[in-house]
Design a protein around this ligand. Structure first.
Ligand code: ATP
Ligand code: MG
Length: 278
């Protein structure tokens, strides 16, 4: 519907955006540079940020930049991850099957051996990313300590990146997780876009979609930037709703009234569910 009405080449504000088309905000660029540094130095990195700030997208961009002949990329996002499941999953992604009867300690040993052999024999340096880490159960977070012992070794064989929402920082400040916090070598907290960046972000998406004329009024752009507080996922969702609203009313230009209507609908929806609009 939006494609035909606005004559887009592809749908703007989509989740499917490719790494090459990401909006190059200064912070996002710096984050990518730090992640690349972590890979080069096989460091332990901690990436935090509020929901929808662009953490997972940055990890996807890192993946695209990796030299796959040297870096096997392992990505896990599972809020119910147990240590055994973690080791099994990594091993599977590295092409090794842990025997079914193996218990936690044996699976861990096989993991350690596989990583060390891959490094010594083939120079392999896996990049292991644990996303949604703020949701990880206590035993799995504790297990991260073991993983980081590799990092005590001068010839550490892998890069390990822990990614999670802002509360992960608070979690790691707890005494129980102090040993993990102390071992973080690269840390980055991804904040929201500034107001001018948010507007540039919207225009970037529209340009990618092939819009050949302004589709949002200045006031509409400013309102979306303010209401979204600069979080890309919220900007995407507001902009898409505004485009649909304009399309339903046969409007070619999105103005402040469209944004207000969309915000009101969101509030009504949330009030019915009993939560904040975001
Ligand atoms: N630099 C960017 N360029 C283009 N789009 C982006 C960018 N950063 C984020 N986005 C958009 O914002 C959406 C949310 O980003 P992402 O999924 O990375 O958030 P997150 O920080 O991982 O959130 P959560 O904590 O909920 O997992 C993405 O689907 C993408 O469409
Ligand atoms: Mg994410």
């Amino acid at each position: 519907m939006l494609l035909e009405y606005f004559g887009f080449r592809l749908l703007p504000f989509s989740k499917e955006i490719t790494a090459a088309h990401l909006f190059p905000a200064a912070q996002h660029q710096e984050l990518l540079a730090r992640l690349q540094y972590a890979v080069r130095h096989r460091a332990f990195a901690l990436l935090t940020g509020d929901p929808g700030a662009g953490k997972s997208v940055a990890i996807r961009a890192l993946y695209e930049l990796l030299d796959r002949t040297r870096h096997h990329f392992v990505y896990i996002a599972d809020s119910r991850l147990t240590p055994t499941a973690f080791y099994r999953d990594v091993l599977t992604q590295l092409g090794v099957t842990a025997p079914y009867h193996f218990l936690s300690r044996e699976t861990r040993r096989l993991f350690e051996q596989t990583i060390l052999d891959g490094y010594r024999l083939h120079g392999q340096q896996p990049v292991i990313v644990l996303d949604e880490a703020h949701l990880l159960p206590g035993p799995m977070l504790q297990e991260v300590r073991f993983l980081l012992n590799f990092h005590l070794d001068s010839a550490c064989p892998m890069t390990f990146v822990l990614v999670g929402q802002s509360e992960l920082r608070g979690l790691l400040r707890l005494r129980t997780f102090e040993a993990i916090a102390q071992r973080v070598q690269v840390r980055f907290h991804l904040g929201p876009l500034t107001e001018p960046e948010s507007i540039a972000y919207i225009l970037h998406h529209l340009r990618l979609a092939g819009a050949d004329r302004p589709l949002f009024s200045e006031q509409a752009l400013q309102k979306i930037a303010a209401e979204s507080r600069g979080f890309p996922r919220l900007i995407n969702s507001l902009c898409t709703s505004c485009l649909l609203d304009a399309c339903a009313r046969d409007q070619r230009l999105i103005d402040e009234a469209n944004v207000d209507r969309v915000l009101l609908e969101l509030q009504d929806l949330q009030a019915a569910k009993g939560g904040s609009p975001w």
